[in-house]
Design a protein around this ligand. Structure first.
Ligand SMILES: NC(=O)c1ccc[n+]([C@@H]2O[C@H](COP(=O)([O-])OP(=O)(O)OC[C@H]3O[C@@H](n4cnc5c(N)ncnc54)[C@H](OP(=O)(O)O)[C@@H]3O)[C@@H](O)[C@H]2O)c1
Length: 258
């Protein structure tokens, strides 16, 4: 049986990845989609919206036992995983030490450790020529004071994704790190993200449907990094050519003059 697996499927870009994967590949290579998130009701709602059978996993990926559930199910059914989308993740605004330690380390645990763990567990079942999409962020291009831990987790994802892409070259499995700027999802409604967004983030706010469409297209085209929109592409290039110290100073001034 050929399947896709999507984490973070209960909202935002994970939800959209399920919808678009079903539209694009349902009846054309993908027989079932395994969807993972904590909110079971949302996953049930998603099941009613897509034409491909969904297998629901109501799991908190920060718990070790969750990976065991996935590992066992993979071993039992031995599917060929054609697409893996790691979209589960969250952010916490504020300076280091301003939130509860458990919230800050929980973010590192979900954005890095769980993403790594899911990828590790699924890898033996990945089909040759398969696709792995890792949701990173443009925040991974440059350290972000006030969003330091989140940006660091996303830098981890970009680095991990690019290295894994090279490691899997002989199996023709493409790993794409998806690096959007701000996207209009529940991400900004979660605890720890409340507050006024900087104007430049509001300006660059993207539609999750478009971001996911581009990410899937870039993945199929074999791109290791997917960046949505000209603003973020410009930011990516700036981060490659301008010393990060200078950029951090400039961004600090922008914030001060707001
Ligand atoms: N929105 C943006 O501006 C933006 C920009 C760049 C990158 N990203 C990244 O893109 C990815 C998707 O974000 P989004 O914007 O779609 O956010 P979202 O709408 O808040 O979705 C986050 C998903 O992660 C799941 N999740 C959270 N904690 C979990 C846990 N402990 N165990 C399992 N699943 C968990 C949530 O499901 P449950 O709550 O049901 O568990 C939800 O399905 C994230 O990695 C995010 O960092 C977002």
């Amino acid at each position: 049986m050929s399947i896709a697996i999507v984490t973070g499927a209960s909202s935002g870009m994970g939800w959209e990845a399920v919808v678009q994967t079903a539209d694009r590949f349902g009846g054309n290579g993908i027989e079932e989609i395994w969807v993972i998130a904590r909110r079971l009701e949302r996953l049930k709602e998603l099941r009613r919206k897509v034409p491909v059978p969904l297998r629901l996993f109501a799991l908190d990926l920060t718990e070790d036992s969750s990976l065991d559930v996935l590992r066992l199910e993979l071993a039992r059914r031995a599917p060929r995983v054609k697409i893996l989308v790691n979209a589960a993740g969250y952010g916490r605004l504020g300076k280091v030490g301003e939130s509860e330690l458990s919230q800050e380390t929980g973010m590192v645990r979900l954005n890095c450790e769980a993403l790594y763990g899911v990828t590790h567990v699924v890898l033996p079942f990945m089909a040759d020529h398969g696709r792995i999409l890792l949701f990173a962020s443009a925040a991974g291009f440059l350290p972000q004071p006030g969003f330091a831990a989140y940006a660091a987790t996303k830098a981890f994802v970009v680095s991990f994704g690019r290295a894994l892409n090279e490691e899997l070259r002989d199996r023709d499995i493409i790993v794409t790190s998806v690096c959007p700027g701000p996207v209009n999802t529940e991400f900004f409604e979660t605890e720890g993200m409340a507050g006024e967004l900087p104007f430049y983030k509001k300006l660059a706010m993207a539609d999750p449907k478009k971001v996911v469409k581009k990410a899937l297209r870039d993945s199929m085209m074999g791109k290791p990094v997917s960046v949505y929109g000209w603003t973020m592409k410009g930011f990516w290039i700036l981060c490659k050519i301008i010393p990060h110290g200078l950029l951090l100073k400039g961004m600090g001034r922008l914030k001060d003059n707001r």
